[in-house]
Design a protein around this ligand. Structure first.
Ligand code: SF4
Length: 376
């Protein structure tokens, strides 16, 4: 099983953020961890979890490393009680550059964390200000030194392109700076202006000009070019890794395998069911204190739902969807489920079939969402 743990606290709110996250304070976080422990405990006794082997753990947020050292230790002690942490093959913690100290990194390492993800997003002060990030590029350099010094040898860096007013040259500079640091994994996300965010409001008011689609496409193609040239494997729409450093936890999502999510707004996909927790922090804590699971939705997936998810998640991978595996899982050929849609996409040159795989073409890659819609 793969396990996701959500820690919904950050130093401050970034202007583009639509994730479930709140300003960190010790007491709220302490209360949250108590509720989180209760959730794991209830699900453990309901047999969603057994003290079992967990293949991957991903602690995300929010910014998990915003927690004080004492609370980080507490979180890991909870996990250690319910899961065999020694058997975990990949244990990732998300972080931001200004929340890392040598001491904190040592705690992570002692509890078996073997992969660190750092949210860098951009290397220019003016862009970091637009994004309202709570760090600058000097923090990134310093964090990287600390992370390597403590002995982490599997590090991911998140970058964002398509930031309002960002130029192609700035994007290239960010890529170059990060390549120089030689992380094992780099994720390049195209910024989405989400409803309810400060950044979208600023664009609507005309204070900032959004990035044009053609420029975004140039930025995306430039990332592929530069990273592949430097030995990174482009293995998923937005993800690049040094050979054999693909993110195992995220591969589980893209293969549409089972995973359990714990914490505020966390999702699970277990035995043909999709479950999601409430995103209301007060309600999450209250329900668990009363011994009830904080579920918002529980959906029994139909065979059609599962086939659709398998295709559009699998198409995110550059290798695509394995047609043999699809047949073994659903006892029907993928080409017989969506014959008309496939004919259309193949004739438009957006997908291709190579050997046992259905995959996006170079033309289909930047407009993957258009392709995915055909399989819903
Ligand atoms: S650090 Fe991440 S989760 Fe926190 S506010 Fe910024 S974008 Fe949102």
């Amino acid at each position: 099983m793969s396990l996701y743990i959500h820690i919904p606290f950050c130093i401050s709110k970034c202007s583009y953020c639509s994730f479930t996250s709140f300003k960190y304070d010790f007491l709220s976080a302490e209360k949250y961890l108590k509720a989180l422990e209760l959730e794991i405990c209830i699900r453990f006794f309901e047999k969603t979890f057994k003290k079992q082997k967990v293949n991957t753990i991903f602690v995300g947020g929010g910014t998990p490393t915003v927690l004080d050292d004492e609370l980080i230790k507490k979180l890991f002690l909870i996990l250690d009680e319910y899961f065999y942490l020694n058997d975990v093959s990949e244990f990732t913690v998300e972080s931001n550059p200004n929340t890392l100290s040598k001491q904190k990194l040592k705690i992570l390492k002692d509890f078996g964390v073997n992969r660190l993800s750092i949210g860098v997003q951009a290397c220019q002060r003016r862009l970091l200000e637009i994004l309202q990030r709570a760090h600058d590029y000097e923090h990134v350099i310093h964090s990287f030194e600390l992370v390597r010094g403590v002995g982490f040898d599997n590090v991911n860096v998140d970058l964002i392109f398509g930031i309002p007013t960002q130029t192609l040259e700035e994007w290239e500079q960010s890529l170059k700076n990060i390549i120089d640091l030689q992380p094992e994994h780099i994720a390049c996300y195209n910024l989405q202006l989400e409803e309810g965010t400060v950044l979208l409001e600023r664009v609507r008011k005309g204070e900032l000009e959004s990035c044009h689609e053609e420029l975004e496409l140039k930025m995306y193609n430039r990332a592929i070019e530069m990273l592949v040239k430097e030995g990174y494997v482009h293995y998923e729409i937005s993800n690049f890794s040094k050979p054999s450093y693909e993110c195992k936890h995220n591969l589980c999502y893209w293969y549409n395998d089972d995973y359990a999510g714990v914490g505020l707004a966390a999702h699970s996909h277990v035995c043909g069911e999709r479950l999601s927790n409430t995103d209301d922090l007060k309600l999450y804590v209250e329900k668990l204190m009363k011994g009830t699971l904080p579920l918002q939705e529980r959906i029994l997936l139909s065979k059609q739902d599962m086939m659709s998810e398998t295709v559009f998640m699998g198409l995110r991978l550059i290798n695509g969807v394995n047609l043999k595996n699809f047949y073994d899982k659903f006892n029907i050929n993928l080409t017989d489920v969506w014959p008309d849609q496939l004919d259309k996409l193949l004739s438009e040159g957006l997908v291709k079939i190579s050997g046992d795989y259905l995959r996006l073409t170079k033309k289909g890659l930047p407009i993957a969402n258009v392709v995915f819609r055909e399989f819903v």
